[in-house]
Design a protein around this ligand. Structure first.
Ligand code: SF4
Length: 261
């Protein structure tokens, strides 16, 4: 088996813990859906669709009016959440639906504090990219791509969590730096963006980073090195666990070799 189509998320998994990568990508072990993931998907869905409207129709009221339909469109995922699937009471599903709606509404209100979507004209939304970065086959999805007043590309990414503390912010841009390198490598765009933006809705903050050729070179080398390390791990079937603080949130902890006595 060869390491194929590496995304920034899976590259981060491997960097964090090769055993985690093996559970997810090589063994393809399923993980239960999480409410955080579902809520994030619904917020992204509403914001993406908002930009299909004429600028003067992109209002908070319109966005909020779409919450119910957006949740209904994700009913299957909602029903597979453990707190719904494990319950025999329909009122538990109603409660989760209502809590998800409240969360999504809070995120949309935060979004309109941070940006005025009537002033933004995206070049692309949910843009899927695939490219070769120094020999590594890499994929990524950009939430929103626009151009600034000078025509330079700007990549924006919505996050439904809080912005990380200052000493983790550089790391938080890893995925967007990969998207920037993919944009530069793409036949359709062929130019790297000038700026990367992380829009943290929970803490109502936007983090920005200007990107240059040095960043791009470093990112391409990093993805190539991770891809190579994964190929070596596959050849040797060597997936050392790397225990750390995040293990308490790892679904695979009960079967992880690092925690077997
Ligand atoms: S429990 Fe920790 S060491 Fe084990 S796979 Fe998960 S992240 Fe890795």
């Amino acid at each position: 088996m060869l390491a194929t189509r590496l995304s920034p998320s899976r590259a981060s998994d491997f960097k964090q813990c090769p055993q985690l990568y093996k559970f997810r990508v090589v063994d393809k072990l399923p993980e239960p859906p999480s409410r955080a993931m579902l809520q994030g998907t619904i917020v992204h869905h509403i914001l993406e669709k908002l930009f299909e409207l004429a600028p003067d129709q992109r209002t908070l009221e319109t966005a909020i009016s779409r919450i119910e339909d957006a949740i209904a469109a994700h009913e299957e995922e909602l029903r597979s959440l453990p707190e719904v699937a494990d319950s025999e009471s329909e009122s538990d599903a109603d409660l989760v639906r209502s809590q998800v709606a409240d969360f999504v509404r809070e995120m949309l209100e935060a979004y309109f504090v941070l940006e005025d979507p009537s002033l933004i004209e995206p070049v692309a939304r949910e843009l899927r990219l695939h490219g070769d970065l120094n020999g590594a086959s890499v994929v990524g999805v950009i939430d929103r791509l626009e151009q600034d007043f000078e025509g330079a590309y700007v990549v924006s990414d919505y996050k439904t969590g809080k912005a990380p503390p200052a000493n983790y912010q550089e790391k938080a841009f890893f995925g967007l730096r990969v998207y920037a390198a993919l944009l530069e490598a793409s036949d359709d765009f062929g130019a790297a963006p000038k700026r990367l933006r992380l829009i943290y809705l929970k803490s109502r903050e936007i983090l920005e980073m200007d990107i240059d050729q040095g960043h791009l070179r470093g990112t391409k080398s990093q993805m190539a090195a991770i891809s190579k390390a994964i190929e070596t791990a596959i050849e040797l079937d060597n997936w050392p666990p790397s225990p750390g603080k995040l293990c308490d949130w790892c679904y695979f902890k009960p079967i992880c070799p690092a925690f077997q006595s």
